[in-house]
Write a protein that binds this ligand. Structure first.
Ligand code: ADP
Ligand code: MG
Length: 367
């Protein structure tokens, strides 16, 4: 099911009574979610992710704008008539019901021609339980399940009516690290197998990048960028997006352009086709640093952390905007742990230049 969000805006009265201005939780959001894709809605806490999801679900009404599922205008439909499956951070299972009963629950209030017999309901519950690999646990109560299993029951319950759109709001936040990884792979597999158009809300960039076909990065209610995860990582449209994606994070420096050369502090780093500019922000991804004895970027070596496959070199530079610069290099490199200085050359496709005032990316050729 294709989902179209058209100029979607949601304003709330300010919670702080002294401030008269409304909070614009979602600001003019337009996007067409292609049929069968998994879209990751990503951004820091308070940026409007849940509000967007609740607008799609119908739990909230937009202040302006429209929502279409396929050709149906669902803007004024209540949630129960939209054909959605919802999963939240807290699994919200019925504690006194078994796994089977929890999964069957949404089927029990089907009416008219959709009404199912008990056998049909049990059959459907079993099919979905198999999909989420819970079929051996049908008679347990929620308190006899791990967090990951409970969340799978919640997912099964959201899927049992075969929704047109599946909506997940931070579904992995209550799970420990290992379960989080496992469950996100599970969600990805279930989504692929069912082909249900899915919106997955998270503040965790790693999660969004690994699970999504398309990510939407939001800040203060405004969409910053939409694209395939790799495309957004490689070509962030602004400094906010560049900083939000990637672990370890991108290192930011204050630079300048003089006579076709990019300077970071006093270091003459590379040639660039941008007119002279007194101040730019320069971002370098951790994998963009190449250890080189006569490399142009001279940094003060802080420490070297061995991580097995890779080495993380932590250093400092007077033009860096953060106290530490993190570079990831292959452990095949020999690093002199005792040296006070370390020099790098930079991979041109890992170096990004931003307007120092607006934060917008300046696209250019680097050499
Ligand atoms: P996120 O899910 O990205 O953390 P939300 O969508 O929950 O963000 O919230 C976006 C903004 O809208 C925040 O500033 C939040 O305080 C505000 N907000 C959300 N719900 C309400 C509400 N019911 N009343 C007033 N403000 C709200
Ligand atoms: Mg939220």
């Amino acid at each position: 099911m294709r989902v179209l969000l058209q100029n979607l805006t949601k304003k709330f009265p300010n919670r702080n009574k002294k401030e008269k201005e409304d909070v614009i939780a979602v600001n003019d959001f337009t996007f067409e979610i292609p049929d069968g894709k998994l879209v990751g809605l990503l951004g820091p806490s308070g940026c409007g992710k849940s509000t967007t999801l609740n607008l799609i679900s119908g739990l909230l009404k937009p202040t302006s704008g429209k929502i279409f599922f396929g050709d149906d205008d669902v803007t004024n439909l209540p949630p129960e008539n939209r054909g959605i499956g919802l999963v939240f951070q807290n699994y919200a299972l019925y504690p006194h019901l078994t796994v089977r009963q929890n999964i069957i629950f949404p089927l029990q209030n089907l009416k008219g021609k959709n009404k199912l017999s008990k056998d049909q309901m049990n059959q459907k519950a079993l099919e979905i339980a198999k999909l989420v690999q819970l079929d051996g646990l049908m008679d347990r109560k929620p308190n006899e399940l791990s967090g990951g299993q409970q969340q799978r029951v919640a997912i099964a319950r959201a899927l049992v009516k075969i929704p047109r759109v599946l909506l997940l709001d931070e579904p992995l936040s209550n799970l420990d690290a290992r379960l989080r990884l496992q469950t996100r792979e599970e969600i990805r597999r279930i989504q692929r197998e069912t082909g249900i158009t899915t919106v997955f809300v998270t503040h965790d960039q790693d999660e969004a990048m690994s699970i999504s076909d398309i990510i939407v990065v939001m800040k203060d209610g405004v969409v910053q960028q939409i694209g395939a995860p790799q495309e957004v990582y490689d070509n962030p449209s602004n400094l906010f997006v560049a900083k939000f994606l990637g672990t370890p994070p991108i290192s930011i420096f204050t630079g300048s352009i003089k006579a076709g050369r990019l300077y970071i502090g006093n270091d003459n780093v590379c040639s660039v086709d941008i007119p002279d500019t007194a101040k730019v922000d320069v971002g370098i991804r951790p994998e963009g640093f190449i250890l080189k004895e006569d490399g142009p970027l001279a940094c003060k070596l802080d420490r070297v952390e061995v991580m097995g496959r890779d080495i993380s070199v932590v250093s400092q530079h007077e033009a860096a905007q953060t106290t530490h610069i993190r570079s990831i290099i292959s452990s095949d490199n020999k690093v002199d742990f005792g040296a006070s200085q370390v020099r790098f050359s930079i991979k041109p496709n890992k170096l990004l230049i931003f307007d120092a005032d607006t934060g917008n990316r300046i696209t250019c050729n680097l050499q």
